[in-house]
Design a protein around this ligand. Sequence first.
Ligand code: ANZ
Length: 798
Amino acid sequence: AATYDVEAVQAKWLERWDGLDLFRADDAVALAGEKPTYYALTMFPYPSGDLHMGHAEVMALHDVVARYKKFRGFEVLNPMGWDSFGLPAENAAIKRDEHPSTYTYANIETQYESFRKYGLAFDWSRRLHTSDPEYYKWTQWLFLKLREQGLAYRKNSPVNWCPNDQTVLANEQVLADGTCERCGAEVTKKELTQWYFKTTQYAQELLDCLDGMQDTWIAKVVNAQRNWIGRSEGAHVTFEVAGHEPITVFTTRPDTLPGATFMVVAADAKLAASLVSDEQRPALEAYLDEVKKASDIDRLATDRPKTGVDLGVTATNPLTGEQIPVWASDYVLADYGTGAIMAVPAHDERDREFAEKFGLPVVEVYSEDQPYDKAAEISAAIAKIEESGHGQGTVNYRLRDWLLSRQRYWGAPIPIIHCPVDGEVAVPEDQLPVRLPELKGADLKPKGTSPLGAAREWVEVACPVCGGPAERDTDTMDTFVDSSWYFFRYLSPNDDTQAFDPALAEAWGPVDFYLGGDEHAVLHLLYARFFTKALRDMGLITWDEPFTSYLSQGKVINNGKKMSKSLGNGINLGEQIEKFGVDAVRLTLVFASPPEDNIDWADVSPEASLKFIKRAWRLAGDVTSEPGTDPTGGDVPLRRVTHKTVHECADLLERHRFNVVVARTMELVNATRKAIDNPEVGPADPAVREAVETVAILLSLVTPYAAEEMWELLGHAPSVAQAAWPTVDETLLVDDTVTAVVQIQGKVRGRLEVSPSISEADLEAAALADANVQRALEGKTVRKVIVRAPKLVNIVAG
Ligand code: ANZ
């Protein structure tokens, strides 16, 4: 018998596919509406190192969807590129003493070759790299457009600072334990003037739209988005301070105002410094030095001992008229609410601890055993506060504006010129892109200010307004800016006149299916949603949300643990492919579990996958009928299995149960082998050809090399990717049944559809359970039942 040579099959089809250009997405078809469109997107990689098991999993899963939709008659847009700016590549390059550009582009080529070999259905003509000037020209253009809309602005404020990477971080890049997402260093605070995107402008809409995504996005991600936006309803309440501006607080419990016995302002907010009495100023300054060291998470923790300083001033409780002391503490955050709170120690745990520590009064508003309607009390309190002019009801969000400036080299330069006369000036559109200076041989190590500052001839420019001496902004944009709009650029990757063609966005968008990692559940998705809303409000697109459906895949682990160098449990993708071939690795990953679950490599068997692939492939060699043979006269039991498999797999694919699709395909392979070996059916039966062609089509979703090989053996050309999805014959989906008649005292009282092989006992039970029969028997006792399976049940009752 012929043997299946994995290496030879891969080499043969890699070359053929290059000539076939099977997955090019046709804009003309999409624009003309000749076919329904399907935009399948998966997160593009950072070019650090070669592809790993995680990439292999997500790409294998994604490919199933892209290929399936093409089979179903959609014009599929399935692009791929590289998220090639940013810290990971920059840090790795610095470590190796290489220029980030050299390192990045070398890795991109390595990854590209691996992707190609992995047999993915990408439209490579749309390949993009966010670090190309042709790409970041439009990132810069978008920045300027957002600025025109008032959605990008500069402000001075305390920011998250990573002392190791020597750069600022967005709130989203600080992990729950207060460390840097990238390097694990403890994040501190620093006062800086930085660029922000006004994500808060869309806080409510970003929240509202989640309601419509409940069923099409994976639930945990919807919840993560919701929590991150963090909507709180409450009130702003104003407290008068003698000889000073009044203090406004945000509270979710305005009904507890009678119990507000002191106030606390964030120690590091300007408000604290402006309120403090002369006697207390040195104490506040000493305290501030301590505070700077703590992260937000520590500061909010309830189990942390409370610290603070009396500011030496009092405010008036607007309800009781009492003078209450004003303190500063780090448990109040400068950038949440108004940065000041009314403390109600009787009803708030942190306030209680603070009051106990510093001996401040506690006044109860509600006693513990007194039931009350909190919502009604709160709305009554708001009405009262509004009436008295001491404040108003309000909504507060946890979401902060997105800090986008980075003091690092490897990113898109911020296209702004600072002029001593004209202030901040946008780089004129016809001068974009502002190219990143090469800085060959320069020290790119983080120093706290951007390395771009060292490129003096790049920094010093004429002001576009007055022509006088001016300087470029030397910061670069957060990499997340690049990835917030890449799915728009895929629409027009080579257009040098616009970021993307709005007509193509209308034809292809929004993205129908997005697959990616959990680590992007908050940041990237939120930023991409923000960009989409901003682009809509600029009139460039018509839809509100970028991703119609979103799924995040589980992780590939080994022996129950995350793969890591220190554990020595890493699985090398290249080695696995070498040993078992691309198809076996892909099949193993897709078959292992539902896509959202983790895969433990210790529990799977690529050997078994390869064995199955060969078994399926041998079927194709055994078929003896001609291509195009009419299957209708073929073996009915096998035809039933084939049609049921197709029918079920279509449903499973829509529901992303890809592992079950593989299981069903395996069952079909077994049934087909049995039919071939059965002398009453045999390899010439038209039903066998139909079954094997179906196997090839189903397998092409997961194991494209073997499927192509089978398709060729079956006498077809040039590619199984161009096959038509099998049409299901509905009549083959229903099992044969016979009608059993149920008689009572000789009269027909019911009819049952039953299997021709039903047992006497089962038929009797089914007859007695039938609703019509039960109604006819009401009030009667069954005396005798005579069963003639499968056709007749005769009941004697009285
Ligand atoms: C009085 C009060 C009484 C409060 C009570 C709570 C319970 P969420 O739900 O997270 O929005 N707060 C307001 N601004 C703060 C800041 N910058 N730093 C730390 N805490 C702050 O929480 C809102 C509540 O957290 C507010 O309501 C305020 O305390 C506190 F029985 O006001 B409350």
